[in-house]
Structures are given as C-alpha cells and as structure tokens.
Design a protein around this ligand. Sequence first.
Ligand SMILES: NC(=O)c1ccc[n+]([C@@H]2O[C@H](COP(=O)([O-])OP(=O)(O)OC[C@H]3O[C@@H](n4cnc5c(N)ncnc54)[C@H](OP(=O)(O)O)[C@@H]3O)[C@@H](O)[C@H]2O)c1
Length: 448
Amino acid sequence: MTDITSPPDLTAFGADAALVRVGMLGCGTVGAELLRILDRRADQIARETGVRPVVVRAAVRDLGRRRDVPLDASAFTSDPHEVVTAKDVDVVVEVVGGTEPAGDLVAAALESGKPVVTANKELIARRGPELLEIAEACGVDLLFEAAVGGGIPVIRSVTESLAGEHVRRVLGIVNGTTNYVLTRMSEEGSDFAAALAEAQALGYAEADPSADVEGRDAAQKAAILASLAFGTRVSEADVHAEGITHIHPTDVDMARRLGYAIKLLAIAEVDDAGAVSARVHPAMVPLTHPLASVRLSFNAIFVEGDSAGELMLYGRGAGAGPTAIAVAGDVIDAARNLRQRARGPHVAPPVYRTIRPLTSMSSMFYLRLHVVDRPGVLAAVAGILGRHDVSIRSVIQEGRRDDAELVMVTHLSREADMQATLVELEQLEVVGSVAALLRVVGEEDETP
Ligand SMILES: NC(=O)c1ccc[n+]([C@@H]2O[C@H](COP(=O)([O-])OP(=O)(O)OC[C@H]3O[C@@H](n4cnc5c(N)ncnc54)[C@H](OP(=O)(O)O)[C@@H]3O)[C@@H](O)[C@H]2O)c1
C-alpha cells in the first residue's frame, strides 16, 4: 500500500503531477477495473492532466475474496466509514451500488469535505437532489458520469457542452440488456425467454434481470436525464415505466413488415409551457431512424435542442471498461478541481416544473387485436376508435375464422383516448383480446 500520511501537496506540480489520494467504496466489476486503469495509465494521466490519482484505501464486503487488482492487501478494509473519514483520502469513489449504505456513505464523505464520484444510477435517481444540495453546501464535487450510459459521456454533454442550449427532448436506448434481447428477437426470431436466457449466458443480463426487463433501470436513467436536461427534479417515481416482458415475436415480426424496429426507449420532454414528461416503454421506431440500427448491447442517446438540432451519442452503456473509464474521467476532474481549488460544473438549484402524466401525452399507436373473422368486425372496431377520436392510418387483417387478427397503426392520438378505446374494445363480443399496444416514436404523423 502507498504510505501517505501527510495532507496532499496540491500545489506541487512540476516534474510530476499533484498526487491525489483516492478512497474506494467497493471493488467489484467497476472498482477493480478502475484500479487497473489508474495503475496502468498513471504516467499518461499525470502527464496529460497534471494530477496523479492514487488509490490508497478500498472498502469491500468480503476481505477474504481473491482480487486480481494492483492494490496491496493492507489497503483493504471491511469498514466503509474508515474510507469516508480517513485523513489520507482526498476523493471518494462509490462503486458499491444500491441506495443503502451507499447513500449515507456518500453524504458523509461530502460532509467531511471530500468530493465524491459515483456510478450509482439508483442512488442518483432516488437521492440525487438531496446529495447535490449537500455537495453544494459543502463546496465539493459530486460527479456521476457513469450513472447513465456507462462509457457514453451524456451527463457532461448535457450539463457542460450544451449548458447554453434549450434542450427539448432526450430520447434514447439506455439499457443494454433489453436492447440485446430485442435485437435477438428481431434478428433470430427468438421469443423473449430464449433471448433473455442467451443474454444471461453471455453476461449481458444479471441472474435477476427484473430491473432491466421491467424498465426500472431505464426509468432511473430517464429521471436523471430529465432532471439535468430541464434543470428540475424528476424522481424515479415520476417516470412511467413499462418493460419488454410482454413483447411477442408476432409483434417483432409485424414491426419489421411495417418498417419499424421495437426498441425500449427512455423519453424525457419539456413542452412550451415548461411541463416535463419522462417515460420508459417499448416503442416502434421507424427503420430509417438512427435509433433503429442500435443493435445488441449498445446504447444511444438522442438529444434535441433549439440551437444544436439533433445530436446522437452512441456506445457501450455498461461493462467494466466503459463504466470504469467514465469513473476515471470524473476522478481526474475532481482531482483537478481540488488542485485548482475549484468546483465542477455548477448545478443550479432545481426549478419546479409540472410533471405531465402519461394520459395527457399523444402518440401514434400500433394495435393488434385477436378477432372473430366475421363480416362487420372491422366496422365495429373502427366505430369504437372513431368515437374516441382515434383515427386509423393503416390496417391489416390476417388469419381466418376464430384465429384472425386485426393490426392497426393509428394517427396521432391522445393516450387517454386510446386507453378508453381499449376498455371498450375488450368488451366487444367479436374481439377475443387486445394482444398488443405499442407506441410509435420517431415518425412525423401526416394530418389525418
Ligand atoms: N457493472 C456495470 O457494467 C455497471 C455499469 C454502469 C453502472 N454500474 C454501477 O456501478 C456500481 C458498482 O457496480 P459493480 O458491477 O461494480 O458491482 P459489484 O461487482 O457487485 O461490486 C460491488 C462492490 O461493493 C462491495 N460492497 C457491497 N456492499 C458493501 C458494503 N456494505 N460495504 C463495503 N463494500 C461493499 C462489494 O464487496 P465484495 O467484492 O467483497 O463483494 C464489491 O466489491 C453500481 O452502482 C452499478 O449500478 C455498473
């Protein structure tokens, strides 16, 4: 272990760079890779950035576990509070995960005047505003580039490069597991269970994949993106979240025939009145849209602003290397700021904005119904849609007799109207069931 007991000499910058001592909370997938990067590229980082981050302590749960990392065994502790309060730690990196004890440890580190870098989307989505307030009050950085999009620098893009922009919409594929599953369903014709099992075997999905496939992971990222893009406070509970567990191979196939790909999207928007909406749901994206060609475990985030127009950031949204390099970038930033006695980007106190419920939104819809093949069925179904102001753009009827299906794409319609339509359709004698309802995103509707 590097023996450093004196306070850092943050002014020492000559032949070498200012030494900045890092304390880690957690040394798992991301933490171990961060250690390797900081060790392997120490001289390059010092030369190019003027700081030399050196890990001096690491808290883990199991001290007995074998770890293939360039850190002496004596630097490990099972007491994370030791790291947070240590006099010889200048910057704390939180890569434990979860909200507790991570949240209280991050708060304690900030309160003891230490900048914190975290990769924890769950923590930032749930306690971000409170922790940012503590960081502000204590005059230290709280940086979390790796929390959204792993190696994709979306947080910096939104908060720094686009600081003067009026962002209207952030739209993206922010979960690699579900994108992998949907890609395999589309390209191999697999069903959901088989594609998920393959993702798990390849390490793209966790043993318990529920947070990914039910849309909660993407909802946490949508909450963070909406908060930063619109300077407001959007929590995970404000985000409408639907996952992909109900996506049927029939709809994946039908999507392709109609010129779409099914993608799990996180969408955050602000309207002209300043009200914000944030939602996560599977959507039909036109094959000509750049998001449709984002395959396998890749992520991509589209940002639309008044001046910049449309930007797309694309890359690996997770994995040890991409996540650790994003954490390393934040550590270097925090270290540089310490050396210059400065702070990272100013995070303005959040402005209150109304959160729009999903029912007030509008979109085009894809609807698949099991129906009885009998004269007048289409007229009965169309009548119900018409009564609720939902107008049909295209319709396909497939199958015969009791095994027939009606597939429709609607014009732009209000979500509340579509929900009311579904209730009535389900009561119609000739409709066996509403087999699928998906929103169409990324396509301009021509006036009906
Ligand atoms: N993995 C990715 O691709 C990825 C991508 C983006 C963001 N992230 C985020 O990065 C964070 C870390 O993820 P990870 O994949 O590296 O997790 P991980 O492999 O499970 O590592 C967690 C680490 O935290 C330690 N730990 C757990 N509870 C602790 C406690 N109470 N006190 C002290 N140490 C404790 C564990 O100790 P032991 O080693 O002894 O078990 C382990 O070293 C999470 O917030 C995750 O959401 C991960």
